[in-house]
Design a protein around this ligand. Structure first.
Ligand SMILES: [Zn+2]
Ligand SMILES: [Zn+2]
Length: 315
């Protein structure tokens, strides 16, 4: 019996050596990409909070606990870098005070608005997808209102932010998640970005590493569960990639500095063709845009610095 099993194993190994690709699946057919960006959610938050959904995703995901945010570890520079494929030295979004009509530096490259005109700002994944695949359905649902200004005007099919009243009471995430899940089920967008803000609020209000902070991460996990469920109910789980990440972590009651607690964020990719395990390569937040471009089948602009994390995806 043992001999037979041993022979079989050797035969399998032999055939694998002869035909190394015959055992791997065909290239996955990716038609939908969703980014869930949880403001201020640190690796510590995910690892210590009760997060059953993320835990089950990690069993099949490619992930890093050391995705590196850019400096300063403020929201705008980091969301911008994530969707713009470069750091603040290139795109000029150096602080939360940044506005598209108040560029801080001379830009070496420029995106395109929905009407085809130059955007006056660094190109984002939203604008590039619209420009390269004009028929794409693109959704953006953001709990933090200022996120809107970070991408080119008129390039998303539908954009909704938290109702002002809810945002003020830090309960915007409920409406955002509901609008995003409804939209996904109705339109099955090629690309959807969901931004949730409650974890950052808990970090400022109660402090990072407090029970209230971990509870907020658990709420984020519940919102992620709703989005995953919507994808399943839409019948497109086998064609949908989800990325869970954050703009920065935090320390004490804030962020902005360069401690590891502020600088490292989770980067968790799941879906068809994703190679399971902890990534053994450096991941920067600005690699996200290039990875999204790769997954969406468009070309990353030459001026993007970030590189697609190909180690996360079976080739
Ligand atoms: Zn933030
Ligand atoms: Zn904050």
């Amino acid at each position: 019996m043992n001999l037979k099993l041993g022979t079989l194993n050797r035969l399998l190994l032999f055939s694998f050596l002869l035909f190394p690709f015959s055992l791997s699946a065909q290239a996955p057919d990716i038609q939908h990409v969703i980014v869930i960006g949880v403001d201020g959610m640190s690796p510590d938050g995910v690892l210590k909070a009760k997060t059953p959904t993320i835990d089950s995703i990690l069993k099949v995901a490619a992930y890093s606990w050391k995705c590196e945010a850019v400096l300063p570890t403020s929201s705008s520079p980091n969301w911008a870098s994530m969707i713009m494929g470069a750091g603040p030295d290139k795109h000029g979004v150096t602080s939360n005070a940044w506005q598209p009509h108040k560029q801080t530096i001379e830009l070496e490259c420029e995106g395109t608005r929905g009407n085809g005109k130059p955007s006056g700002m660094w190109p984002t994944i939203f604008g590039e997808l619209r420009r390269q695949k004009p028929e794409s359905t693109i959704g953006c649902f953001n709990d933090w209102l200022a996120f809107n200004r970070l991408f080119e005007k008129g390039v998303v099919s539908r954009q909704r932010d938290a109702i002002l009243l809810q945002a003020a009471s830090h309960h915007g995430y409920k409406g955002i998640t509901r609008m995003a899940t409804n939209y996904f089920k109705r339109k099955k967008p090629e690309f959807m970005f969901v931004h949730l803000d409650m974890v950052d609020h808990a970090g400022h209000h109660d402090g990072h590493g407090t029970q209230a902070y971990y509870d907020a991460v658990s709420v984020a996990d519940q919102m992620i569960a709703r989005i995953v469920k919507a994808v399943k109910e839409s019948g497109v789980s086998e064609k949908t990639i989800i990325l869970i990440t954050a703009d920065h972590g935090g320390i004490g009651h804030g962020h902005g500095g360069d401690t590891p607690e502020e600088r490292f964020v989770p980067w968790i990719l799941t879906g068809p063709g994703v190679v399971n395990g902890e990534l053994q390569v450096e991941v920067k937040t600005y690699d996200t845009a290039a990875t999204l471009a790769y997954l969406l089948g468009i070309k990353a602009p030459d001026c993007w610095v970030g590189k697609p994390i190909l180690q996360a995806i079976s080739q």
